[in-house]
Design a protein around this ligand. Structure first.
Ligand code: 6PG
Length: 233
């Protein structure tokens, strides 16, 4: 099923809508299941969203946070997606699970350990209430890059060599299996540099191998894409 694409006048409006969705889903999940299980996106686009969320009344002790992907670097690295979120959000250390890059020898071990942690916290069939994702200029999402083996991984978490976009560092990433098990997937994609891939995505044209974002189709969940006018054709 095609995602729902929504276009906003500018990145701030898109981020504001994303924040409202985040807070609403959190309230519902906590009320119904006692916790909100979310995966945060990396890259630069979510910064606006995280800055808005930092001003909202959220009980982060009841919010379980994983990361839909991260670079194989320490959280203190400027490349770290977890580092960016930890700087901007009052995440609860007890319920926040960064990719264990610092305590593993290589990305294969790191991915295996992250999957182990995921299952320990969420159970054998991990299902997120919300997975936040971005869109790379090359059509990737998370760290599921065109032409890479990670696109066909059957695990919940896998690893990847760098894609063509910077930074040129190894990655650990959710797989389509995990993303598509989510109750809700929410993309935030803004800026003219996303326009070409957004148009191909909306047309449903291409293959997952060359346009990985086409691989996101939740089995029993929603998929919404928040755009600004610059990214919309
Ligand atoms: C990463 C991100 C990646 C990101 C897109 C968009 O680790 O690089 O998870 O998937 O979401 O590349 O990045 P921007 O938001 O910086 O355009």
């Amino acid at each position: 099923m095609q995602p729902t694409f929504l276009t906003f006048p500018d990145p701030d409006a898109a981020a504001s809508d994303a924040a409202a969705r985040f807070c609403s889903l959190a309230e519902t999940a906590i009320a119904e299941r006692g916790r909100f299980v979310v995966a945060l996106a990396g890259g630069s686009t979510p910064e606006r969203l995280y800055k808005i969320l930092a001003t909202r009344t959220l009980d982060w002790a009841q919010i379980t946070v994983f990361f839909s992907d991260d670079r194989f670097v320490a959280p203190t690295s400027r490349y770290s997606n977890a580092g960016m979120a930890l700087r901007l959000l009052p995440l609860s250390p007890r319920t926040t699970f960064p990719v264990p890059a610092e305590t593993t020898l290589d990305t294969a071990e790191c991915a295996a350990q992250y999957e182990h942690e995921l299952i320990a916290v969420l159970g054998p069939e991990p299902r997120f209430d919300l997975i936040l994702l971005g869109l790379g200029d090359d059509g990737h999402t998370a760290s599921l890059f065109p032409g890479k083996a990670a696109l066909t991984a059957t695990s919940w978490v896998t690893h990847s060599t760098p894609g063509v976009l910077p930074p040129p560092v190894e990655r650990v990433t959710f797989t389509f299996k995990l993303i598509n098990a989510a109750r809700n997937v929410l993309f935030l994609a803004t800026g003219a540099n996303k326009k070409e891939k957004v148009a191909l995505w909306r047309a449903g044209s291409g293959m997952v191998n060359t346009l990985p974002v086409l691989g996101v189709a939740p089995t029993d969940g929603t998929c919404t894409v928040l755009l600004d006018e610059a990214a919309s054709s």
